[in-house]
Design a protein around this ligand. Structure first.
Ligand code: 1YM
Length: 704
């Protein structure tokens, strides 16, 4: 599994061994291109876009048609990054086109094949991309779609309901531009047609009828260009599988078959969910105890006319309460996760809070002497919900464009959820009672926590901000330059203290067991020494009251061993930050240190390797043979934990800002960690004991 990091620190492999989500990386160019996209029209400055010989139509036409040269010149502007994440975008782009065909109602099966030769084939059983000539380009429909930038889906007969694609919904031509070879086969109107592109989208075999058929559909095979994807051109099975499974959940009834031909024997998995997002909620909650058995489902549509064309906004919500304490509300627009929420989530929250408060007052769950109302947080504790919106013209906001901005969506979502949730509660009394009891207990927990805090304030006159004794703080008071290292284990903590730059680097050693955040109710968090220490050291509060502007450090570095235990502690910490200090992650303040795995000594010099591949590379570069190792000309040390490194080694390899490698954690990383954490430590005992059995020999001090 590979993914890349961002920004100023050097790139390295991800340490999140059980996560397979790739994070979004925004390169400089991205904001620029997004600012420049208005609806379907790309308005880029002349010098940014036009290669020689590009076709450029403006004036009356809406589409601005471009050749593919700009894509190869600045791939980051089109797919965000050329790392593993960007590589996988190629598959999503082609699958999106097939999904659009299913949404248009012409296709029910999509196949994705990871081929032995490094290529990927995506097939559908839709109408087949049009093969007749498109007036505007003078080229066939297929060739237009694959060679003209931003050709969109408007060349066919009638214009399908095109909703796929979000942040990087840039189309098949971008895939072509970034591939060494693309073969498109179309089965349509009794004929089999083939067209081949090479060297970044040059047509090398024009569209040819190569046979007859009785079926219809499109099949696309592409070979990612290693000159573009320098980091890797290898597709990660888990990444592809997770995304395709999510696509199947979000588009009910669509059958998606994934085959990995790189395996012997090949692996085949099929995803098809008649229940759609209802089954998605069931899947997420599979390891939890539930407050009620069934999934509450709400859906609605608003149809309106724009420029004489009927457009539809679809809203779908599925939800179920668990007995856990965190919430998992995932929202999507056009099948793309909106990680920062937006108007659909706002509408949902409004309705949820309104309906449960009304119900609770009416049925005396909240009595007349209960002064406070349920807050949104009360109503969300333990809630798993999927909110999925399909919108013909989505507007995204925020730095990462992960927030839905269309105002009308708030009202539609709020109305749909308000009406249907209310109906559900009235028609399902036992479930309504159980859910209200759950919300009431969150409410009481919150009031108890508030009272306890008030008490401390009154007694001591202090906020809970005294610095913990274990913290070895730094000298500087300027948070912008300050770094907090959260270090696993005592001995490593000692080396870290010795090896740090005391001016800007603070060390907080973690000892013993960290609280299982999942099982603990929020107001008990402070009872745990390790968590309490972290909150006090960071100094910005937690939960709804977390205030990022008070954070005493702008870099919080998780430094754990490179073993199973270390990775668990990392997952635990990420989960904690994700749930109680999310803005830290959103602002990119959380990092993962990357200690080396090996130290190689050769001819009075030392070399550090951060992976087995790097170790091999170093040996190869230095021309080291196994004889040299046997003859002790070379020393090779494997670090089993941070504790084995002395202060100088730790400083040189892991802490010194000019030499170290660090990964910046993204919201996607944190969410992935959170998911792993749920699976391991949720309410259900079964998956947890399975895990412990498998990993028992590695685990030394985990509280599960
Ligand atoms: C494996 C990838 O691309 N399928 C696909 C694409 C199209 C159609 C059908 C299609 C669309 C329309 C009419 C329409 C596309 N066509 C176009 C364009 N699978 C895959 N299946 N007829 C067929 O949108 O009206 C773009 S995508 F522009 F040519 F119509």
């Amino acid at each position: 599994m590979s993914k890349e990091n961002t920004v100023e620190e050097k790139v390295n492999e991800t340490p999140l061994d059980s996560s397979d989500k790739n994070e979004e990386v925004l390169e400089d160019g991205e904001n620029k291109v997004n600012e420049n996209i208005k609806g379907d029209v790309i308005e880029l400055k002349e010098d940014e876009v036009y290669g020689k010989g590009d076709t450029h139509y403006t004036g009356g036409s809406i589409e601005v048609l471009e050749g593919l040269e700009p894509v190869r010149k600045r791939p980051g502007m089109y797919i965000g990054t050329t790392s593993s994440t960007g590589l996988h975008h190629l598959i999503w782009e082609i699958v999106d086109n097939a999904i659009d065909e299913t949404l248009a109602g012409y296709c029910d099966t999509i196949e994705v094949i990871l081929n032995n030769d490094g290529s990927v084939t995506v097939k559908d059983n839709g109408r087949g991309i049009p093969v007749d000539i498109v007036g505007k380009t003078g080229l066939s429909g297929v060739e237009t779609v694959y060679t003209v930038l931003h050709a969109g889906g408007k060349f066919g007969d009638g214009g399908a309901y095109k909703v796929s694609g979000g942040l990087h919904g840039v189309g098949a031509s971008v895939v072509n531009a970034l591939s060494t070879k693309v073969i498109v086969n179309v089965h349509k109107d009794g004929g089999i047609y083939e067209i081949v592109f090479e060297h970044g989208g040059k047509t090398t075999k024009p569209l040819t009828r190569i046979g007859d058929c009785t079926d219809s559909g499109t099949s696309v095979t592409f070979y990612p260009d290693p000159e573009i994807f320098k980091e890797t051109t290898t597709f990660n099975y888990e990444t592809v599988k997770n995304r395709l499974r999510q696509m199947a959940f979000l588009n009910k009834g669509v059958k998606i078959i994934l085959t990995d031909k790189r395996d012997d024997p090949e692996t085949v998995e099929t995803f098809c969910y008649q229940g759609g997002i209802k089954e998605y909620v069931q899947f997420i909650n599979r390891n939890y105890q539930k407050v009620h058995d069934d999934i509450i489902y709400c859906e609605g549509a608003q149809i309106f006319e724009e420029n004489g064309v009927e457009e539809t906004i679809l809203v779908e919500v599925a939800m179920q309460y668990t007995k856990g304490y965190n919430n998992q509300i995932l929202s999507f627009c056009n099948n793309v996760a909106t990680g920062n929420g937006g108007t659909h989530e706002e509408g949902f929250t409004l309705a949820l809070t309104r309906i449960f408060n009304n119900y609770a007052r009416e049925f005396k769950v909240l009595k007349d002497n209960d002064k406070d109302k349920f807050t949104a947080e009360d109503c969300k504790e333990g809630l798993t919900a999927i909110i999925s919106v399909k919108h013909p013209n989505p507007q995204y906001e925020g730095q990462t464009k992960g927030k839905l901005g269309n105002l009308e969506v708030k009202k539609i979502t709020s109305n749909v959820v308000g009406e249907q949730l209310n109906k559900y509660l009235l028609e399902n009394k036992p479930e309504a009672t159980a859910i209200c009891a759950k919300i009431r207990s969150s409410y009481e927990g919150r009031l108890a926590a508030r009272a306890a805090k008030e008490n401390i304030r009154r007694k001591t006159g202090l906020e809970i901000t005294t610095l913990p004794g274990k913290l070895a703080d730094c000298i500087s008071n300027n948070p912008e330059e300050c770094e907090l290292f959260i270090v696993e284990g005592n001995s490593a903590g000692g080396s870290a203290k010795e090896g740090r730059d005391v001016r800007i680097q603070a060390i907080l050693p973690l000892r013993g067991k960290i609280l299982n955040v999942q099982k603990a109710q929020t107001h008990k968090i402070f009872d745990n020494a390790e968590v309490g220490n972290m909150i006090s050291a960071i100094g910005a509060g937690y939960g709804a009251e977390f205030d990022i502007s008070k954070s005493r450090y702008h870099k919080i570095v998780i430094m754990t061993d490179a073993d199973v235990d270390g990775s668990h502690i990392r997952i635990l910490l990420l989960t904690f930050f994700n749930r109680f200090m999310k803005p830290l992650i959103e602002h990119g303040y959380v990092y993962i240190a990357q200690p080396p795995l090996y130290k190689i000594g050769y001819k009075n010099k030392f070399y550090y390797a951060y992976s087995d591949e790097q170790l091999d590379l170093i040996k190869k570069t230095l021309n080291i043979s196994s004889n040299d190792i046997n003859n002790k000309k070379v020393t090779q040390q494997r670090y089993k934990g941070l504790g084995e490194m002395n202060a100088t080694e730790l400083e040189e390899t892991t802490m010194d800002p000019t030499k170290r490698k660090m990964l910046r954690v993204t919201i996607e990383d944190a969410a992935a960690a959170d998911q792993v954490f749920n699976d391991l430590m949720g309410e259900e005992v079964e998956p947890r004991s399975e895990f412990i059995k498998k990993n028992a020999k590695f685990v030394k001090n985990l509280d599960i």
